[in-house]
Structures are given as C-alpha cells and as structure tokens.
Design a protein around this ligand. Sequence first.
Ligand code: COA
Ligand code: AMP
Length: 637
Amino acid sequence: MSNPYDIAYARSIEDPEGFWGEAAQAVRWTRKWSKVLDSSNAPFYRWFVGGELNTCFNAIDRHVEEGRAGQLALVYDSPVTGQVRKFTYRELQDVVARTAGVLAAHGVGKGDRVILYMPMVPEAAIGMLACARLGAVHSVVFGGFAANELAVRIDDAKPKIIMSASCGIEVNRVIPYKGLLDGAIDLAKHKPSACIVLQRPQAKAELRAGRDFDWAEEVAKAKPAACVPVQATDPLYILYTSGTSGQPKGVVRDNGGHCVALKWTMKAIYDMDPGEVYWAASDVGWVVGHSYIVYAPLFHGCTSVLYEGKPVGTPDAGAYWRVIAEHGVKALFTAPTAFRAIKREDPNADLVKKYDLSRFKILFLAGERTDPDTLAWAEKALRKPVIDHWWQTESGFPMAANCMGLHRFPVKPGSPTKPVPGWKIDVLDNNRNIVKPGTIGSICCKLPLPPGTLPTLWNADERYKETYLAEFPGYYKTADAGYKDEDGYISIMARTDDIINVAGHRLSTGAMEEVLASHADVAECAVIGVADALKGQVPLGFLVFKAGVKRGPEDVVREVVQLVRDKIGPVAAFKSATVVNRLPKTRSGKILRGTMQKIADGESYKIPATIDDPAILDEIASALAKLGYAKENKRQA
Ligand code: COA
Ligand code: AMP
C-alpha cells in the first residue's frame, strides 16, 4: 500500500466510523454527534446521530466568520440574457437570510417542504439555501418537466410554498413558467398556501392575488432569518428521480452526512482548495446541480459558477472556454454530451485557442459513460486531465472516480477508474455471487453506504427496500451493469432497468410507455433507447393500433410525440415513433425491448429461446430501417 488513495480507501472500508468521524471535523456543528454510524435500525443506517448543525451556516456564514466575507461565493453567468452577476459570501449571506425571512413570514419552518421550479438563475440557489437556513426541506423540480410531472411531485412532497420564476430561457426561446405552475397546482390534490414568483423581464407573469407574491418585493421587505440548527439525520432535501414507472422516486438527503461527505469530496476527488473557482455546468434541477453547483463548492469555501446557457449556440462552441477564462475556473464538471455537441460544431477545437485557459486544470465528466472518442478529443483539445466519474442521484457524490486530490491513476478509456473511498463495490451475477474480473454483472455497493447517500425514499421506506436492497441482500443495487478489471478499475456498460440516458438526463422508458398507452388508438406500445451520436441515447416508440383504427400512422405518431411533451416535458426528447403490427414478446408475454434495442443499434444479437414468434423481429428490423436505424443486421445463429 503506497499511495494516499490506497490508504484512504482501505481505512474507509475497514474503519468507516474512524474515517468519516475524522472527515466530520471539517464541518461546523452546533452539537457534536454521539455516534458516527447507527446501525440499530438496519437497513436504515443513520450517520452522525445526535449531531446538530445547519447546512446553510456551513455553506455561507462560517466563511463570513472565518475571513471569506469579501471573496466571491457565486458567479452567475448568463449568455442568454447577457448578464454576469457576482455575490461575495457576505452578499450571499444577506440575500439568503432575507429570502429565508420571506419563507418564515409565510409560515415555513423546520421540516416544512418547499418546491422550487426554477430556471438557472442565482435565486434558485438562494432559494435552496434559504430553505436549508430554516431547516425546511427543499425539492427542486427541473424546468424542462411539464405541469403533470410537477403536479406529481407537489402531491408527494406536499409543499407549504412553491418558489418559481416567470420564465426560463432556452437559447433563443423564452419559456413562460406561470402557465405550467398554475396548471400543476390545478392538477395536484395538495395546494400550497403561497407561490413566490421571481419576475424576469423576458416574460412577466400575472400573479394571482392572495396566492402569488412577487419575489423581489417580498425580499425587499423581509427581515433576515437566522440559521436554525437541525439534527444531522433531518432531511435537507428531496430530489425526485426517474423510477421504473410514472411515479418518480423521492430521494432523500440528510443534513449531517451530506455536509461531511460533500466537503470531503472537494479536495479528495476534485483537488479543489478553498478560494478556487469551480464550475459544474449542469442544472440545479439535477443532483449534479445540488451537490456541485450549490452545496459542495460552498461548504469548501470555493467560488461556484452558475451558468445559464448551453455548450453551443450561446453564442458558439467556445462558450465554455470563455466562462473558464473569464472567471478563472480551475475545474469544470459537465456531461460528455456537452463535449460531443462542442466537437460537432468545432471539430478541430479552434475556439479553444482564443481563450486563456492557464488557470484551468481538470475536466470532470459524468452523467453517462465517457466514450473513448469523446475522451480522446477532449484530452487533445484541452491538454488537461479528463476524468470520467460515475454516480447517481441516489449516491449524491461519485461512487467511482480517479480521486485527483488523493492519487492520480492512469486513465483507462471507458472506465471511471476506481471506487471512491467509502464505497465497497462488487459485481454480482444473478445468483448473487461475486463474478471474476472482466465479467459483466450487476454493480452493487455493500451496505452500509457512506454518509451523504440516500437514507430512504420520501414517505416510501418499503419502496426503498424493495427497489434497492431486496434483490442482493446486504447490498445496494445501483441498477447499472458493468465489470471490474484485474486492476480494480470499474466500467459501467448499461442499466439493468428501463432507465435511459438522454443528453446526460435520466429518463424512464416505462413512464413514456404509460403516456403512449393513454392514447385512444394505442393498444400496446414499447419505448426503447437507441444510440444517438449527440445525446448518447434517444427514446424511440413502437405503437400497435387497436383493432379497427383507420387513422394514418403519421397523425397518431404526431399526437403521441406531443402527448409525451405535454405530460413529461421537452426534456424527454421523445421525437419519433413507428407503428407496427405486433411487438416481439416472450411466450410469457414480456416485450423483448433489449433485443429490439440491439437490432436498432446494429449490435449482434441472438433470437431469444423464449420468443413467441421470431418472425416479428424481421418486421421490427424493417420498421427500424425505415427510420434510419438497424443499419446492420448482426443476428447470430
Ligand atoms: N427548461 C425548459 N426546457 C428545457 C430545459 C429547461 N430547463 N432544458 C432542456 N429543455 C428542452 C430543450 O430546449 C429541448 O427542447 P426542444 O425539444 O424544443 O429542442 C429539450 O428540452 C431537450 O433538451 P436537451 O436534451 O438538453 O437537448 P438540447 O438539444 O436542448 O441540448 C445539449 C443538447 C447537449 C447541448 C444539452 O443537453 C447540454 O448542454 N447537456 C450537457 C450538460 C447537462 O445538462 N448535463 C446534465 C446533467 S450533468
Ligand atoms: P442520475 O441519477 O441522473 O445522476 O443518473 C445516474 C445514472 O447515469 C447512473 O446510474 C448511470 O447509469 C449513468 N451514469 C452516470 N455517470 C456515469 C458514468 N460516469 N459512466 C457511466 N454511466 C454513468
């Protein structure tokens, strides 16, 4: 054992309480924990039991007290509005305290839920931190979701208040939010008592008297609220993520474990020091945005960049380099799809040369596998380390990474390197045996999971156990399939459930199928993820008409495409479907989605032994060929 990673990793597995107890010294507590890890109610593990702290204090106030009051905490860079706004730690403290005062004046206190349905503006982060200040539980809903998805989350989280904005901006398109918000509240059974709406000049919203309040006016008259200490085990937020049905799962994050783990990752994984500038080019609606736009960089006393723009088109494929150069970014974290978009527009990376990237040190990629081509292109364009790392909404921070602050291992293209300290990762077969190196299986993490991971699902302890813990006793099932090699490097190859990854966004094909099935002319349907050069995967629908339907397939396809956009949202990127006579199924009636996907992607496949009628696969192949897929038929004997 010779390097700091090996030492840290071994200790985290052999003595997790010692390891995390030490990491917890870097957090400011109002009362020290009595027990680092409480396993008395396993499999519901709890970290830092008896400890009390405030997450917002650790993100902001402590830095003001400790000499960073004048340092930038947050830089908002918005090419879509032409604005850059900067907040020092003191300024952020002031506006967050007053925003917390607004919430308190509307009756929000410890444990109350607040939903945020926000575009990428500083107020989104400010709203989250204001909730944390009061010990309230925030639940951020990504702006690309439709009213129906917002309504489902309102009914599950039952928020006292919703914070929103009048509009979002997508490149050159203004998206009014108010109709979506009103629509969601109308659809939901639970009604919030008030909505605090940020008026943006690009599209003002009409406010409903008595229910809606103007964000800026409210903040202007609010009294600053103090940080409220909460139990380490109290929930900080709920973040809904795709499950295998239309009912999303509310991933819960606690206050104590989250603060300890995230602060620790900033040096260990990202090699960041306090005072340096960190940029996660994601959205606050995703876990990456929660952990690495808002919380971790602030816990660590860094400056965080919040970017309202795209990698291309705002205005060009040099946008990322401009932001890095202008704000002195040391580490950028984004999804490989962003780099594929940049590569498509600027294949020779000519725009990189226009900017001074001397302060930029490392690129981190996650959200989907970094394909070797994208890795090679990014390394050549930037001449900096490019680090793939693997994680999930549930984990809250990376499960596998090249931990740049501990030890830099050689990069193996296609692999996010090794398990992060705290994660004991095994690859298991269907009989729950650990497989040999190089063999693909289910990637599982030994319980207890490290601090900062999901302690349960919101109001759904049984679903938590059933979804994650039941199949492989003693383990958390990641629902990713992959393998470990002889050197302990992990490779993530596919999901084992119906989740697909579209432009780094996690989507459920099951949820899309529920929408397609609701169309009056559709008897049966299937949605699969097919390979896409830009987005990694895109969804593709197959429809079987009800008997007697005489309508043209094009009309129905157009209607179901619109239906998915209306019910799930534009983020689903559901743009194409085809009508077939039958779907390939096993004799027990299970649709063979995996085989359909292999045909679409031109991968080799065998006719499953359990198939009901193999001839259907030919029909599927020819339907796919008409759509430009299934370029090669690699059927094996
Ligand atoms: N509010 C409203 N609509 C949104 C939205 C939001 N916050 N985010 C995305 N959408 C819309 C898009 O405008 C698009 O609409 P369209 O069908 O009318 O064109 C649709 O949802 C699909 O969005 P997306 O899949 O992101 O595709 P895109 O073509 O707009 O952009 C990329 C493609 C690659 C440039 C973009 O996905 C990207 O920057 N990704 C990398 C970073 C990232 O966000 N990673 C996620 C987690 S780390
Ligand atoms: P999300 O919960 O939205 O963060 O999505 C998590 C899923 O994205 C994981 O379960 C993986 O399937 C996929 N994913 C995230 N990061 C990576 C990565 N570096 N390599 C491969 N897949 C990844």
